[in-house]
Design a binder for this molecule. Structure first.
Ligand code: 2P0
Length: 324
């Protein structure tokens, strides 16, 4: 017996209010709610077929066979829910420029959740899909939706999922990813955030102040107040990185060029251009701006970085099934 072969596409997302720390490591319940923007430029296509002729799960990524342990653990959740106890073949392709280093577990697990649950015959609604994707990687629960998305932290498996905030923003927002180092990150998000929860004396202040930042950024987005939104996004990112600097032992994701990028953005701001930076668990800097300023900002950044290091994206859609 073979199930239908199902392909799903999901896009990555950039958090404007960051998720950094878990309450429950196994179920991936976060300490704080977060808010992101799904991006059109970076996505993953994943095909899943369950097949009784296989002896174990197979997983290929960008045409190469890979270790399937993590994918298998995720498929086990789908097998438990559906009662379909068969191995599967999973084929994933990341549509992210190879040098970008931006391939994200968010698009990967959102696409896998949709493709695997559909192939197994489960008809999950978006809330259920978001909860399932969360079990693979926290940020993946946000990639089920397009546009601005809020992950409401909840307190258990049932109550922790993402919700659309504004699914199809009419606002002309762009994000420039400055690729500084495409190598694999030194400290995984999973380890980094766990270490911070356990050792940073500032962690309780993060949780408390992030709730306020989240309420404020939602107001800013509703009012299409770009300056207010960007200011809050930059602040959330720097607070997250301050947690890493305050951990014991401390660590950070900055490289000299990350600081150079941040200074270039600050200089643009001093010159009257509204643009703000954010950074995740790696050295790449992402600049949020409005379409009207894109060319001016790119021209300035090209004084510091090669054109191939600058990748532009706009708000993108939620996870969807592809006809194959
Ligand atoms: C975020 N990041 O909100 C934060 C900001 C990176 C920095 O979510 O352990 O791959 O799988 O839940 O989701 C990246 O961490 O971590 C992330 P797990 P995940 O986007």
């Amino acid at each position: 017996m073979q199930t239908a072969k199902i392909t799903a596409r999901a896009h990555t997302n950039i958090a404007l209010i960051k998720y950094w720390g878990k309450k429950d490591e196994k179920l991936i319940i976060p300490q704080n709610s977060s808010l992101s923007l799904t991006l059109d430029h970076f996505y993953t296509d994943t095909t899943v077929q369950f097949d009784e002729n296989l002896t174990k799960d197979h997983f290929s990524l960008n045409g190469k066979d890979c270790e399937a342990t993590k994918v298998s653990a995720f498929l086990d959740l789908v097998r438990q829910k559906s009662g379909l106890d068969l191995p599967a073949r999973v084929i994933s392709v990341n549509h992210v420029p190879t040098m970008a280093g931006l391939a994200s577990s968010a698009s990967a697990y959102a696409a896998l959740a949709l493709a695997a649950s559909t192939a197994a015959g489960l008809k999950l609604n978006k809330t259920e899909l978001s909860r399932l994707a969360r079990r693979g990687s926290g940020s993946a629960c946000r990639s089920i939706y397009g546009g601005f998305v809020e992950w409401q932290k909840g307190h258990d498996d049932q109550s922790s999922f993402a919700k659309p905030f504004i699914e199809a923003p009419t606002w002309d927002i762009k994000m420039i990813a400055i690729v500084i180092n495409a190598a694999k990150k030194k400290i995984s998000s999973r380890f980094g955030m766990q270490h911070v929860v356990q050792t940073s004396p500032y962690y309780p202040a993060w949780v408390e102040s992030t709730e306020q930042d989240l309420a404020l950024i939602k107001d800013a987005i509703l009012q299409e107040d770009f300056v207010k939104m960007g200011t809050l996004a930059e602040k959330s990112a720097m607070k997250m990185h301050a947690l890493n600097l305050s951990a014991d032992p401390h660590f950070n994701y900055f490289e000299p060029e990350s600081l150079e990028a941040m200074q270039a953005v600050e200089q643009l701001r001093a010159d009257g251009i509204a643009c703000y930076y954010t950074m995740d668990a790696g050295p790449n800097v992402k600049v949020i701006c409005q379409g009207q300023d894109l060319e001016t900002i790119l021209a300035k950044l090209k004084q510091h970085f090669r054109a191939e290091q600058l990748l532009v994206s706009a708000p993108g859609p939620g996870a969807t099934l592809l006809e194959r």
